[in-house]
Ligand binder design. Sequence first.
Ligand code: COA
Length: 173
Amino acid sequence: MTEIQLERIKLRQITQEDWDFLLMLESRPESNEFQNIREPDEDYLRLRFEYFFDCAEHFPEGGCIRFIVEKEGEPIGDVSLVCTYSDTREWELGFSFLREHWGNGYAAEAVEGIKEYAFRTLNAHRLVMNILYDNKKAIALAERAGFTKEAHFRKSSLIDEKWHDETVYALLS
Ligand SMILES: CC(C)(COP(=O)(O)OP(=O)(O)OC[C@H]1O[C@@H](n2cnc3c(N)ncnc32)[C@H](O)[C@@H]1OP(=O)(O)O)[C@@H](O)C(=O)NCCC(=O)NCCS
């Protein structure tokens, strides 16, 4: 199991035991405010959860990987990497943290750790974040982590019958 020890937090690869935590995290409205699916049901979340285990089994060299972020042994969030184009070694980064832990730089620390892991261990060439334009906290995180804004799609996402702009941020190795 992959583990990345950082200064204040640890990233450890998910296990089946993490289902209850991730269900709780991903069922919270604030976790989904800026996601394409606002109220994901349990079946959808379970499929998404199992996807990372299937992927690890079928692509042991690394088609995707998901980590629980722990602080003092307690889960506070998750970060994931999904290989979107293997030929060009492009990976998409996703993340979500419990609201009570926002505003402390933990997500920033996790992104620094995952950047290092993606470039050094996975030999990634490009890391990409797809972020809704209204998700100011995620955009601030991407910019603080050195990602460059590469695209702005106008009214390309439809959530609750309302159009939203989407942005693409990327970082090269
Ligand atoms: C996106 C998300 C992870 C950002 O969380 P966050 O806590 O704001 O992010 P950071 O860890 O970078 O923390 C930054 C804040 O901590 C502060 N901070 C305190 N100590 C810090 C430290 N040691 N290092 C860095 N920042 C620190 C920063 O000043 C900043 O404060 P501000 O929000 O008042 O500007 C969070 O909002 C979230 O989980 N959202 C729901 C899921 C989601 O939208 N995911 C993205 C989908 S694309």
